[in-house]
Structures are given as structure tokens and as C-alpha cells.
Ligand binder design. Structure first.
Ligand SMILES: CC(C)(COP(=O)(O)OP(=O)(O)OC[C@H]1O[C@@H](n2cnc3c(N)ncnc32)[C@H](O)[C@@H]1OP(=O)(O)O)[C@@H](O)C(=O)NCCC(=O)NCCS
Length: 180
């Protein structure tokens, strides 16, 4: 029997403890133990897109607000975190359905969307119209702006209301754990 997959969105505040636990467990499985507590923390406090197969969670993605500095401005940014589809359910459009839901929020509420892609998923975002950032990346740290060159080439943006110079500098706000 083919199970219907339903993608639902909800703010972190509206998800119960069991759902959040299932989302964390799913991401632990998807990222094979590379998902840190900081990574999970980064995925909280915004809108989650959850793909359900009946009562089983098979996909998660979330969108949180950050400020990215570019061209002398602080841009209100919808930042995508914690994107994963269970390995045995990939290639069936669930990742795209979750991104459709989050990109609707990006377009309606933010000046740009941004994310840091895994090498494996870069093509997934590129076919959706996300543009790779070509210029240097950096972060606004407690000790000033520091380059984050290890991330260069892996940051993607979705321009909404602003014109971006993709070859310019893009600086993210500070947080614990991975900065992008
Ligand atoms: C990336 C991921 C979320 C995609 O989810 P998915 O459900 O398999 O993707 P979909 O089936 O919705 O694919 C949508 C489209 O993107 C394409 N696509 C999917 N993954 C792709 C990839 N890695 N590279 C290029 N294109 C890709 C599909 O071919 C499809 O195109 P089509 O509509 O023309 O057929 C999933 O592969 C995954 O969980 N990967 C491991 C975790 C990860 O890397 N997450 C991203 C963190 S930034």
C-alpha cells in the first residue's frame, strides 16, 4: 500500500516534546552521528517543515531568522537548517515538498534565504534556484569579523527583495557551534 506523505509546518513552540524528539532522532540517523547538540539548537526557534508518513516522521527541515551582513546592510534572513529525509524515502519528492513550504516563508517574510549545503545536497538546492555564494564568507564574532573560508563555495542564497553581489563578502551573525 502506498502511504500518503503529508508535509506540515509548525513553529517550534507548537511542536510537542515527542515530535521534537522524533525530529532530532531522524536527523541523528540522516547525518550518521554528525549532528551535534549545537546543530540541533540551530534548527530551533523558527518554522519546521515535517514530512509524515502516517505517524512516522520521515523528513525534517527548518527555517530560523538570522542577520547576514552584505553591502553595508544587515539583511533579515530566513536560514535553512536540519534538512534531511530518511535514506529509504529519498528521491520521491519529499525534500522538495519541505523546501517548497519553507521557501514560501522565505519569500513572504525575509529579504533573502540562506543555507550551508552539504557537498551531497548542493545539486538539490541548485536545481531549486538557490545560488552559490562566490565571494568570501565571514562571521561577526565577539572579537570582530573573522573569515570562514572553510565554508566558501558551500553557502547558498535565495534572493527575495534585495540585489546581491554574489562575488562580494557575506558575513553571518555569531552563534555557538558551526557558524554557517
Ligand atoms: C538532500 C535531501 C534532503 C533531498 O531529499 P529528497 O527527498 O531525496 O529529494 P527530492 O526527491 O525531493 O528531490 C527533488 C529534486 O532534487 C533532485 N535532487 C535530490 N537530491 C539531489 C542531489 N543530491 N543532487 C542533485 N539533485 C538532487 C532530485 O533529482 C529532484 O529533481 P527532479 O524533481 O528533477 O526529479 C536528501 O537527499 C537527504 O536527506 N540527504 C542527506 C542529508 C543532507 O545532505 N541534507 C542536506 C543538508 S544541507
Amino acid at each position: 500500500m502506498v502511504q500518503v506523505i503529508e508535509v506540515r509546518t509548525a513553529h517550534t513552540a507548537d511542536l510537542d516534546a515527542a515530535t521534537l524528539k522524533a525530529a532530532r532522532a531522524l536527523l541523528d540517523e540522516v547525518f550518521e552521528g554528525d549532528m551535534t547538540d549545537h546543530d540541533w539548537e540551530h534548527a530551533l526557534g523558527g518554522v519546521h517543515a515535517l514530512a509524515w508518513e502516517g505517524t512516522e516522521l520521515i523528513g525534517h527541515a527548518s527555517l530560523v531568522q538570522r542577520q547576514l551582513l552584505h553591502g553595508g546592510r544587515a539583511l533579515r534572513t530566513g536560514y535553512v537548517e536540519g534538512v534531511g529525509v530518511r535514506a529509504d524515502r529519498r528521491g520521491r519528492g519529499h525534500g522538495a515538498a519541505m523546501m517548497d513550504a519553507l521557501e514560501r516563508v522565505v519569500r513572504g517574510a525575509y529579504e533573502i534565504g540562506a543555507l550551508a549545503a552539504t557537498d551531497e545536497a548542493a545539486g538539490f538546492y541548485a536545481v531549486r534556484g538557490w545560488r552559490v555564494w562566490q565571494g568570501p564568507s565571514s562571521a561577526l564574532t565577539p572579537t570582530g569579523i573573522q573569515p570562514t573560508e572553510a565554508e566558501d563555495g558551500g553557502i547558498y542564497v535565495l534572493p527575495v527583495t534585495v540585489t546581491l553581489d554574489l562575488s562580494g563578502e557575506l558575513t553571518c551573525d555569531w552563534r555557538d557551534g558551526d557558524l554557517w
